[in-house]
Design a protein. Structure first.
Length: 226
């Protein structure tokens, strides 16, 4: 009963759940340290951010019955770990220095959001000179890690913790699972089969500086960034 009364009060005050800013904390790595009585995750040193807008019909591929979208990332050096996180909607969250797509600029005020599901994928392309749309399409892509819901991420306007975060540690003794120089991509879709629609923030982070790292929605935009 209290919850129902609370909702009516919020509506009466003219508060729109979908436009409230999600509070995004610093992106912590897997390394932890003691600060007084608390144990905290040491923030990543390098964080690259991208603001985008996903809409039905603009998916890059249908995979396992789900509509997948890709964000391409060039990793210029061997990394001990990569962190990926995605939040939808962006809402009023401010991110300094973030790249943004044209579609995000046109739809930044949208209330639409989706239940994020993300993957970190590595290709067999290890030279910038070899990057092209055709090469990316025909590359061998290996899924290193995935995540659906993370309790570390802000709740969505629905009140559910359906935003995503993953951390992947390089396995140097295993060439198939090592974080080497090369072309990577963040795949994203929804947990349930359906349309992907809404604004989103995607971030790639590392515990060391990676001079020359680039992130873009398309291969053409990535090549320009390089």
């Amino acid at each position: 009963m209290k919850k129902i009364v609370f909702v009516f009060v919020m509506i009466a005050l003219g508060i729109n759940f979908n436009t409230q800013a999600q509070k995004l904390k610093k992106f912590g790595s897997s390394t932890e340290k003691k600060v007084g009585p608390k144990t905290i995750k040491v923030p990543y040193t390098d964080v690259v951010s991208y603001l985008g807008y996903a809409s039905p019909g603009n998916e890059d591929e249908t995979r396992d019955g789900k509509k997948f979208y890709y964000i391409y990332v060039w990793v210029p050096a061997v990394a001990p770990e990569l962190g990926i996180r995605m939040m939808s909607p962006v809402g009023k969250t401010k991110i300094k220095g973030a790249g943004m797509s044209k579609s995000y600029k046109e739809n930044a005020g949208s209330d639409a959001y989706f239940d994020t599901y993300i993957t970190l994928e590595r290709s067999n392309i290890i030279s910038k000179d070899k990057i092209s749309e055709e090469a990316a399409k025909n590359a061998q892509w290996t899924i290193l890690e995935s995540n659906d819901d993370s309790s570390e991420m802000p709740k969505q306007p629905s009140g559910s913790q359906y935003n995503s975060l993953l951390r992947y540690k390089s396995e140097l003794g295993n060439p198939q699972k090592a974080l080497t120089v090369g072309l990577y991509r963040i795949g994203f879709t929804t947990y349930k089969t359906g349309e992907v629609n809404g604004t989103f923030l995607a971030q790639v982070a590392a515990p060391i500086k990676l001079p020359g790292v680039a992130m873009a929605k398309t291969i053409e935009a990535l090549k320009k960034a390089l």
